[in-house]
Design a protein around this ligand. Structure first.
Ligand SMILES: C[S@@+](CC[C@H](N)C(=O)[O-])C[C@H]1O[C@@H](n2cnc3c(N)ncnc32)[C@H](O)[C@@H]1O
Length: 187
């Protein structure tokens, strides 16, 4: 159950990001993400690309109190902001932010994960996933944002990989008007 503090912080960020057209995952996709985390009972999450911490708050608050989320953000200021905003949302103990390029940082991250959210450089989605793969638990849910028309060409190698019927995932697309999100479950 989402706490009042986290709900308040999400509402505040919702207003600010809408006003300033800041590309966060948003409410509609957020609802699907929360549902996936709850249904699959995910407790070990990793996020690639955090911006202001909107999706981090969404993910961490959907997990039970013992849940943990590692956020990887390339920009130092945005990494700091993500940590500050998640703390303000009452999620400080659940969220750890690592600043750096995910392709360099991922090999150094320890632990295994049952949830991953990929939302950084679109052409690198497949490389992120390949780096993450050894750390994914069976049944892990991997969500890739912005796989709709605008970035279709950039994310095509990723989509081909997760949709391969002989591959490692069961994958489906969620459509949201002008964009889409790919949800893949590790077999
Ligand atoms: C679309 S925003 C993320 C939005 C966020 N997930 C949300 O919904 O609230 C993309 C973020 O990815 C970060 N980024 C881009 N390339 C990256 C990389 N190689 N490693 C880590 N973060 C990266 C950017 O600095 C930016 O903050």
């Amino acid at each position: 159950m989402i706490t009042k503090k986290a709900k308040r912080m999400l509402a505040l960020l919702d207003r600010a990001t809408t006003l300033w057209h800041i590309p966060v995952v948003g409410r509609d996709k957020g609802r699907v993400i929360r549902g996936l985390i709850e249904r699959h009972e995910c407790t070990r999450g990793i996020e690639i690309g955090s911006l202001l911490g909107y999706s981090a708050i969404l993910i961490a608050s959907a997990m039970p109190p013992r849940g943990r989320l590692v956020c990887i953000e390339a920009n130092e200021f945005l990494g700091w902001l993500t940590q500050a905003n998640t703390r303000e949302a009452g999620l400080g103990p659940k969220v750890k932010v690592v600043t750096g390029d995910a392709l360099r940082v991922l090999p150094l991250v320890s632990g295994r994960f049952d949830f991953a959210f990929i939302d950084a450089a679109k052409p690198d989605y497949l490389d992120y996933l390949r780096q993450l793969e050894p750390k994914l638990l069976p049944g892990a849910v991997v969500v890739a944002d912005n796989t709709g028309a605008s970035f279709r060409r950039e994310v095509k190698p990723y989509l081909d990989y997760v949709r391969d019927p002989a591959g490692r995932y069961t994958s489906r697309e969620y459509d949201f008007d002008d964009d889409a999100m790919e949800v893949s479950v590790r077999r």
